[in-house]
Design a binder for this molecule. Structure first.
Ligand code: FEO
Length: 159
């Protein structure tokens, strides 16, 4: 069943997403934006949970999960806004991957995977919306450090 192999790859991609977001967290720490760093650490933690749900499912259906090496990305950012724009772009890739998985699960008429993926389809709406909103707020703050620190403070409260 190709869908389970594809799901295995997406589980790896979710782990890789955590890795990429940890790189972003490192950049934000270097910028002394500790609230934003916290936000990104929580994002990385969520990605581990996304991977974990898929891994658990695969193991429950008797699939032997395979792990590949993870690419941390370039972790080369030109500004705080650049970090969040790249995070948003990354989430769009995740959404596209999830949509392809939904198509494949339908093609193979795998109801179990279709049911699992419903959660991810909904989750991606939130993931994209979070980053889109932050980009808007960062754009408005511009070079105003007072506004940036206010945003940093608010982002430090992500649970
Ligand atoms: Fe696991 Fe941010 O998508």
């Amino acid at each position: 069943m190709k869908i389970l192999d594809a799901l295995n790859e997406q589980a790896n991609f979710e782990l890789e997403s955590a890795y990429i977001y940890l790189g972003m967290s490192g950049y934000l720490a270097d910028q002394d934006m500790n609230g934003m760093k916290h936000f990104m650490d929580m994002q990385a933690k969520e990605e581990l949970e996304h991977a974990g749900k898929m891994i658990h499912f695969l193991q429950e259906v008797g699939y032997s999960v395979k792990y590949r090496s993870l690419n941390p990305g370039e972790a080369d950012y030109s500004s705080i806004l650049d970090v969040f724009e790249k995070a948003y772009a990354h989430e769009k890739v995740v959404t596209s991957n999830i949509n392809k998985l939904v198509d494949l699960a339908r093609e193979e008429d795998d109801k179990r995977v279709q049911s699992l993926l419903k959660w991810y389809v909904d989750e991606q709406v939130e993931e994209e919306s979070n980053f889109a909103s932050l980009i808007t707020q960062l754009g408005r703050a511009g070079e105003n450090w007072g506004a940036l620190y206010q945003l940093d403070h608010a982002m430090g409260h992500r649970g």
